[in-house]
Design a protein around this ligand. Sequence first.
Ligand code: SF4
Ligand code: SF4
Length: 376
Amino acid sequence: MKSKVYFIDFRVTPRENIFGKIGRLLEEAGLSKIISDRDLTALKIHFGERGNTAFIRPVYVAQIAEAVKKAGGSPFLTDTNTLYAGTRSDAPSHLKTAIKNGFTYSTVEVPVVIADGLRGASETVINSKGKHFKKFYIGSEIYNADAMISIAHFKGHELAGFGGALKNIGMGCASRKGKLAQHSTVSPKVKRKLCVACEDCLSHCAVSAISMKDEKASINNDTCVGCGECILICPSEAIQIQWNQSIPVFLEGMIEYTKAALDNKKDKTLYINFINSISPACDCADYSDSPIVHDIGIVASTDPVAIDTASADLVNSKKGIESSALTTNLGEGEDKFKGLYPAVDWPLQLKYAEELGIGTRSYDLITIDPLRWKQG
Ligand code: SF4
Ligand code: SF4
C-alpha cells in the first residue's frame, strides 16, 4: 500500500502567507490525529552548528509549535548532544548554540530540552534484535515524550548521501554512546601519496585525532570518532574510508537505530522535511556551502521512509545549480546525491528501512495548492 506524502511549495498569494500554508499542510498530514490532549511532544530538530546557516528557520518552527499547542499538545524543542567537541557537545554549549541560531523562547515560544542531558549520558536502553546491534541507546527525554514531530532539514550528507527524517531520528535521537556505536565502522585513513600537507584537516578534527607525521597527515584511530568531517575538508581527497565496507554497515546501523527510537511512538510521530537551502553537507558542519538545487518546498507524512523517498525524488527531479559543489549529474532527473558522493549507496537506507517495516518507498505525493487571489 502507498503512503501519503503531502507537499507545499513556497508559492503564496496575498490571501495566505507561508505560515498559513504550513498550517494547512500539517492539518492535511494528520497532526491533530497524532497529538492527544496534554501530550508532551518532542519537536526533534537540528539547531545547526555555530557558523552554519542552512538549518531550518526558527519562524517556521514556531508555526509548527503553535499547531501542536492548538491540537492540545505540550511541545518542547529537542536534540541530542554531538560526539565531537563542536558547539553542541554538552547541554550548556548546545543551548547556547540554539539561542545564537535563533531558537529562543521569545521566538519559538517553547522551551528547549537537550534529550540526553548534560554530557550525553542520559539514555534509555532498548533491547532489540538487529543485524548490527542488540542494544540501542536513545536520549531519555525523547524516549519519555508521548509524541514526536520530526522536523528535518533535507540536504546532502557526506556519509549517508542525504540527511532527512530517517537520519534525524536514527542518529539524532541516539545518545553519545548510541552515536559512537553507529560511527564505529567509519574509520578514515590518509593516503600518504595524495596528502599535500596543507594541514587543513588538523584544525577541523574536533577530537584532535589527526597529526602530522613525516610531513603527511596521520589519523589516530583510537581517538577518531568517525564523524567524517575530515573527508569533506581535504582538498586532495587524501582522506578516505572503505566505502564499500563501511558505509552499508553505517547506513544499516542508523536505520536499526531509527526503528529503536520509534519503538514506543507507534502512530505518535509525524515527519516534516524542509527541502530548502539544500546544502551539499550536514548542518553539523561549521559552514554551509551554497545550495545544489533551488528551494523546493516542505513535505509532511506519517511515514518516514515515504517522506525521505519523496524528498530525494523531488531533489533529483530538479536541475542542479551550476555554480554549486555539484559538478556532475546536474540534469533534471539525475542523481544529485551520487553526483556529490559517488561512493555512497544512499538508496540502501530506504531499502533497509522498508525491510525492517519502518515504512514504504511507495508513495502518493499530494500537492496542497496556494489559496487563489480570486476564488471561482
Ligand atoms: S573522522 Fe576525521 S574529523 Fe572525524 S574524528 Fe575521525 S579523524 Fe577527526
Ligand atoms: S587536508 Fe588532506 S592534504 Fe591537507 S594535510 Fe590533511 S590529509 Fe593532507
